[in-house]
Design a protein around this ligand. Structure first.
Ligand code: ADP
Ligand code: MG
Length: 687
């Protein structure tokens, strides 16, 4: 079998169209995908007990003989199959509800190995829906460590186990594993890894816990290694192959912009700026990300970098996720840069066709130095005379794929990415491993911390009365309605409901705005700008405001149903206030009594550092939930867990860096890399 790995799953015995369809529902189409359907956990059934020794409430294994099979109907018309088994020490009852076929599956006198949750009812052992195997079937290995797979009703454990076992047997017998080592053998030796085939066998059917952990280490390493190789390769390729723009050391314009700032830069800002300037003065294109909490002063740094590119005779572009943010950035930049003769333009949907085409012409002719706009800037009809620096304000919505697209456009300007989501280091290595990272951790001096409180629903009255007071005093208020998992539509409905409630009660006679994901982007923009210019005093919104505007006059952030949000997200929302000179407040409303939730909300009231919160959030909720959105660029990892496997991640990263600089290694992994990235990111690597 030459291509067992990519062979259709029907290749296996016992898989016809019906089973293939069931497997397809689980995302399994090929034998390889089946072999990569790793166990979720393991049960150590290596110790068989006597029935008399079984403990109530525990999951345990025992071996016994069938002595009776019957089916009864309960009063609620449930059909119950009851099988009685016995061993030398006593009897046990096994029960199944509404699974009549079970009674034909076993016969009197059959010897079974059973596993399940033991219930002792007045001394009699009962097991509901046990895992059953015939004792003479030595194949799948009861009486040993048994894998437990993610399974479905249609495709139960025993069937998955037996299919995987079959696939492994063919795989082992095929001899092809000698050729399918995905890692360079030097790496395998250096990092003391199991061979791939051995690791696969042992991850499914480990003889001991020790071999299981070796198998897992190998497979985790492989997964993280391929990811890191891909990221390192992207970076390596950009850095080594292409000639970018070499900016000259600073001269008068950059210096003027910098000395005219109304404040002195913080240490972190200075350090970041130094790193950016060094990158820009290098011939290889800059690929740097600035990570820093909201208000940490990233935009100011970007402005200075833009001045530097202009000083060198180039143009700069700043891209924002929404039009309204683009306008805001435009005003910020204009304030800092226009006084020094730098010519700026903003491109948004609001421009009339005439104004727009004029602006485009000016950009093409080099009469405009800096253009601010949405992402359409790099995609559409905009032509630059000579683009030197692209800054993107991505907040947290972008991924490897988008960056690869930008790279594929073939332009070679320096690239600077700003993100306001503090990301734990391990995660940053995984998601942004291809970028250099500067971190601004220190906030500008004199920032007042945002007073944060957690309140039960019984105190909503007081919370909203307080908000109304703040509005009376001239301030503005955000209210975020509970996160709804099911759909944007239901979430929108809940926002409308809250809006109706508040405008009829606490915010009666106060101009309020409503904002949710179901609105057209024009409607959203107009509500946002009405709030930004203080026409609206309160904004009732879904999390769409997360990627929001800077309204320094807003001082209160009320979050309803706060238990539904992760720490990182709460922090992001809280960052909408505390941007002006007035004291700001964040109030988390929740009636949850869940201990973990209360802990989370308490952390919010005590911690203001976004990086600390991010670490805690990752620990509490795991990487999948971390960003609270699916567009985060975090690849879907099959076996690695970046919290638990930090050590392996760092090793894999080191190995990857070594690999991309060693052509022979790179040749070995090339194939796997293409497959892996193709599957995870729908992305093609070009050599
Ligand atoms: P970010 O882009 O990281 O959210 P900004 O660059 O918009 O942050 O800065 C937030 C606010 O802090 C702005 O009003 C800016 O003028 C001000 N600011 C930035 N750096 C400093 C500093 N070093 N000292 C005082 N204020 C600063
Ligand atoms: Mg450069």
């Amino acid at each position: 079998m030459q291509n067992l790995w990519s062979a259709k799953i029907q290749y296996l015995k016992g898989v016809g169209p019906a089973n293939a369809a069931k497997l397809a529902k689980m995302g399994i189409f090929t034998v390889g995908q089946l072999l990569e359907h790793y166990p979720r956990r393991y049960e150590d059934r290596s110790k068989l007990k006597l029935i008399a020794e079984l403990t109530d409430g525990e999951y345990e294994s025992f071996r016994a003989t069938v002595t009776n099979i019957s089916e009864l109907k309960s009063h609620s018309r449930l059909k119950i199959v009851k099988i009685t088994v016995r061993d030398s020490s006593g009897i046990a009852h096994l029960t199944w509800f509404n699974q009549s076929y079970i009674k034909n599956k076993y016969q009197l006198g059959m010897e079974l190995i059973l596993y399940g949750k033991i219930q002792r009812r007045m001394g009699i052992v009962e097991v509901n829906k046990p895992d059953v195997e015939a004792a003479d079937n030595n194949s799948q290995g009861s009486g040993r460590i048994v894998p437990v797979y993610p399974a479905t009703e249609d495709m139960p454990q025993w069937q998955l186990r037996s299919l995987i076992q079959q696939a492994l047997q063919i795989y082992e017998g095929s001899g092809m594993h000698e050729h399918d080592e995905t890692l360079p053998c030097e790496i395998v030796t250096q990092y003391n890894l199991l061979a791939r085939q051995q690791a696969l066998t042992n991850i499914h059917f480990p003889p001991t816990m020790e071999t299981l952990s070796q198998a897992r280490r190998r497979l985790v390493f492989e997964e993280l290694y391929l990811l890191q190789c891909g990221l390192a390769y992207l970076k390596h390729k950009i850095k080594s192959a292409c000639q970018g723009i070499k900016h000259a050391p600073d001269s008068s314009l950059t210096a003027k912009v910098q000395t005219h700032l109304p404040f002195t830069l913080t240490n972190d800002q200075r350090k970041t700026l130094q790193e950016i300037k060094a990158d820009m003065e290098d011939l290889t294109p800059m690929q740097r990300m600035i990570q820093g909490d909201v208000g940490s002063g990233k935009t100011v740094i970007a402005a200075i970098a833009l001045a530097k590119t202009v000083e060198n005779g180039f143009q700069g572009a700043l891209m924002a996720p929404t039009e309204i943010l683009a306008e805001q950035h435009y005003h910020t930049l204009a304030r800092l840069l226009a006084p020094h003769g730098i010519r700026l333009a903003v491109l948004t949907g609001k421009l009339t066709r005439k104004v727009r085409s004029e602006a485009l012409q000016h950009i093409k002719d080099g009469l405009i130095d800096i253009v601010v706009g949405t992402h359409a800037l790099i995609q559409a009809d905009v032509e630059f005379k000579h683009l030197g620096l692209v800054v993107t304000d991505e907040q947290h919505r972008f991924g490897v794929r988008q960056r690869a697209l930008l790279e594929a456009k073939g332009r070679r300007p320096d690239v600077l990415i700003m993100t306001a989501t503090p990301i734990p280091r391990t995660m940053a290595l995984t998601v942004y491993g291809d970028l250099d990272v500067s971190v601004i951790r220190e906030l500008p001096p004199g920032r007042q911390p945002i007073a944060t409180y957690a309140r039960g629903k019984n105190r909503r009255d007081r919370v909203y009365a307080f908000a109304a007071e703040q509005i009376k005093a001239g301030r503005q208020v955000y209210v975020v309605c509970p996160l709804v998992d099911e759909s944007e539509k239901i979430e929108a409905q809940s926002a409308v409901k809250l809006f109706d409630e508040l405008t009829a009660t606490f915010f009666h006679n106060i101009p309020c705005g409503l904002l949710h994901g179901k609105m057209k982007s024009q409607e959203k923009e107009s509500v946002m700008s009405a709030f930004a210019c203080n026409e609206l005093k309160a904004l009732i919104a879904t999390t769409v405001i997360e990627v929001g505007v800077n309204v320094p006059n807003a001082t209160v952030m009320i979050i309803e149903g706060a238990e539904r949000f992760g720490l990182a997200q709460l922090h992001q929302l809280r960052g909408r206030v505390g941007r002006g000179k007035h004291k700001s407040f964040c109030i988390l409303i929740s009636d949850s009594t869940n201990e973990e939730t209360m802990e989370r909300l308490k952390i919010m009231t005590q911690v203001s550092d976004g990086f600390v919160l991010a670490e805690k959030d990752l620990l509490l909720r795991g990487p999948g939930q971390f960003f609270g959105t699916s567009q985060h660029g975090m690849p879907d990892l099959k076996i690695a867990d970046i919290i638990r496997d930090t050590d392996i991640l760092l090793e894999a990263r080191r190995a990857a860096q070594q690999t991309v600089c060693t052509p022979a290694y790179l040749n070995t992994v090339w194939r796997s890399l293409e497959n892996w990235f193709g599957a995870k990111f729908n992305m093609v690597f070009c050599r």
